[in-house]
Design a protein around this ligand. Structure first.
Ligand code: AMP
Ligand code: FE
Ligand code: FE
Ligand code: ZN
Length: 345
């Protein structure tokens, strides 16, 4: 499914996001460290009986999950019991641009016997060519950073607060052609939401019967570069990695290898992020193809040989009904989670 685009823009545009590659068959763990796991329907169905596959999740974590605090469709009260039912040992909440769900998620996790790792996902953008004004958007996951007294928190709060004005600007453009109001958008924004954005506008378009689902809303009207699109403020990726480290957090690049539309993140640029302090790479994500994963693992192996030990994670990027991604479809092992915790300053 399409996550935020590997943006190719002139000034502000991204092209439509790539489609997720088809799911691959489950396979053996790589170097005993991280595996991808694909859940069967039964695994995600809370009422399904426990199966051997469900027990495979034992001890494993899903480190990239969104709630309705950003653009997931489920409240933490709905979401955390579902995570517990998958048989996962723990999870990270990684809502876009906010840490506001951490306290409640941590309490709910404890109630449901889950280990909780606090996180967030930050949008970053950079110019990937010197000669042309093209930019690329990437997402940085950050675990365990100081959400209050840090430069990172300050910068992200500014960006977060600008989200409403930007969403209203998109709505105004849409309202010139479609019968849609700001109230229609607000009706899709859950209580306590901290990061309004295109997904909520998409949901309003669905509710108004203008499109069938979020995907169609993005593909037809909300893709970056669409006449209705207005860009969101974003951090520079290298700066974001530094800010996360300075805030005591652990930066992990999210779904780094979308290649279907626009160029993938180059390994060259990934190297720059590593030099800036990147801690890990989300290798096992449905938007990284098997080939991408192999390239990433090779890169990580080379870096390891040169003395930098990057963490390898796998996660679902679950958004409730907002995307087809299933809880626990990719996971991370407990040893890697322990290493993330060791790095939290
Ligand atoms: P925004 O931050 O408002 O620009 O919205 C970007 C978010 O929209 C991403 O983080 C994704 O979660 C979501 N998104 C992007 N493309 C799609 C799509 N095609 N279908 C569903 N959700 C999408
Ligand atoms: Fe999202
Ligand atoms: Fe993302
Ligand atoms: Zn995400």
């Amino acid at each position: 499914m399409e996550e935020e685009k590997d943006t190719v823009d002139t000034i502000q545009t991204q092209i439509p996001e790539k489609r997720a590659p088809p799911r691959e068959a489950a396979r053996a763990p790589v170097r005993g460290e991280e595996t991808e796991r694909h859940m069967s329907q039964a695994e995600t169905n809370p009422t399904a009986p426990t199966t051997p596959e469900r027990r495979e999740h034992n001890g494993r974590y899903d480190l990239h999950i969104h709630s309705a605090i950003s653009d997931g469709t489920q409240s933490l009260e709905e979401l955390v019991p579902l995570i517990a039912q998958t048989g996962l040992a723990g999870f990270a909440l990684t809502d876009h641009d906010t840490a506001s769900g951490w306290d409640r998620a941590s309490r709910l996790a404890e109630e449901h016997g889950l280990d909780f790792l606090p996180g967030a996902e930050f949008s970053c953008r950079y110019h990937y060519t010197e000669d042309r004004p093209r930019t690329k958007t990437i997402h940085l996951l950050a675990y365990g950073f100081d959400p209050v007294h840090s430069e990172l928190a300050h910068r992200v709060e500014q960006i977060r607060l600008s989200r409403e004005g930007r969403a209203r600007a998109i709505l105004e453009r849409l309202a010139a052609d479609y019968p849609l109001t700001w109230d229609d958008v607000l009706a899709q924004v859950g209580e306590g939401n901290a990061a309004v954005g295109r997904p909520h506008i998409a949901d309003a378009l669905v509710a108004a019967g203008i499109v069938r689902d979020r995907t169609e809303a993005f593909n037809r009207l909300l893709y970056t570069g669409s006449p209705y699109y207005v860009p969101q403020q974003a951090l520079d990726p290298v700066e974001a990695v530094r800010l996360v480290r300075e805030a005591g957090g652990v930066p992990v690049i999210a779904h780094p290898m979308s290649t279907m539309r626009g160029p993938a993140l180059s390994l060259d640029y990934l190297g720059k992020l590593v030099d800036a302090g990147l801690a890990g790479v989300e290798v096992y994500h449905r938007e990284n193809s098997a080939e991408d994963r192999a390239r990433l693992l090779k890169f990580i192996e080379e870096r390891r040989a040169a003395g930098t030990d990057l963490l390898v994670t796998g996660s679902s990027d679950y958004h409730g009904a907002g995307k087809p991604n299933l809880l626990g479809e990719n996971t991370t092992d407990a040893a890697t989670v322990a290493r993330i915790r060791e790095q939290i300053a």
